[in-house]
Design a binder for this molecule. Sequence first.
Ligand code: GSH
Length: 211
Amino acid sequence: MSASHNTRKVLAVIHHLGLLVDLVPVDLVAKETFRPEFLARNPNGLSPVLEDGDLTLWESNAIIVHLASNAANPALWPGGHARSDMFRWLFWQSAHFDPGFDVVAVEYMVKALEQSGPPDLAEVARGERLIARFAPILDAHLADRPFVAGSAPGLADFALGSSLQYQHLVSYPIADFRHLRRWYDHLFTVPAWAETEPQWDALGLPPSPHL
Ligand SMILES: N[C@@H](CCC(=O)N[C@@H](CS)C(=O)NCC(=O)O)C(=O)O
């Protein structure tokens, strides 16, 4: 499975919906997303990309929305206010929740994998400030619910959970957020989440203690 957290959320949704897809792995460390054939599909040079008929779609949250909206699965594609609530968390994940975790993971994990130099501690501090600002909001939201939108896992859980996927490799400052940590542990009871855990050993990294 891909070690990219943005790709993992897409894989989890594919798995949860039972979709049949052809997976084309890209090696991020080898910078394969900057090859012409990849850039033709996503000029950002970022994974993942979905090709569905004549549609080529990038941005992981757009991809999971596309997949869920085309599948008749009310848990992943609710109606009315619940859909608006789901979109709120998806946009928030991308704009606010993910960047802090992403910065810290890049500085400590990606740079080590790429052998591209020591962590920039100013960047780490910036990422940690973002986590300190936004993680308490999700922690408080999860105080009285097992999943982000209630009793069943949905797109918001897969998206937000992806931001934490390196948490056994990178010491994120989340020790105080006990509801967040309980929710993330609980996400591993969802087969689509557990079974799309990256193969860390293939990257020479330790396995997740959640499995
Ligand atoms: N907002 C984009 C972010 C995609 C992204 O950052 N992908 C990472 C992997 S998790 C990537 O391809 N990184 C390669 C690079 O930065 O060179 C999305 O949600 O799809």
